[in-house]
Design a protein around this ligand. Sequence first.
Ligand code: E4P
Length: 217
Amino acid sequence: MKFFIDTANLQQISEANDLGVLDGVTTNPSLMAKEGITGHDNVIKHYLAICNMVTGDVSAEVISTDFAGIVKEGEALAALHPQIVVKVPMIKEGVKALKYFTDKGIKTNCTLVFSAGQALLAAKAGATYVSPFIGRLDDVSTDGMRLIEDIRTIYDNYGYQTQILAASVRHAMHIIHCAQAGADVATCPLSAILDLLKHPLTDIGLAKFLADHAKGK
Ligand code: E4P
């Protein structure tokens, strides 16, 4: 399973990248705003800064909601850097745009996916990635992981090549369950990735090994 980091924070992207396990980055307008990145030119500069820090795919989200606007924005984003993946919302005009981008060879990430039917449409339109938001489903008493499992079954039934990019990941167990369910990618906060490291027996074991080694000095 690929690990993407779900942030626009350059320091966190750098820390995840230094760990050597980072395969890409996802952003959205809220994550950009959280870092104080506003205005078209600043947002574009920030995407380029991210692309220059990592080697994998970097999702850049369109703001338009009409077909012509999504296409214009998406083509401009894709032209910025070969690592850019155009992030398109799961709306009617978005599905049309996904198909357009697919035909043009432009990589896409279909975002704001909350049902298997939406994921099926994204795959039919040829999306490179589909982003089911598991945490936001859990927030409304709906099993986000069940959606990942359902999409995996549907895609495997027909051999759809669209990659399942589990989004809205909130904690380490989400990452484990995504891997068990066969998600292709999990996009995670840095904290959830680092939490995978933790086990008290590792800490206790290491302290003992170091203490025993020190006895011989
Ligand atoms: C990533 O592509 C999504 O935009 C993001 O994971 C949403 O996460 P949130 O539900 O924590 O805002």
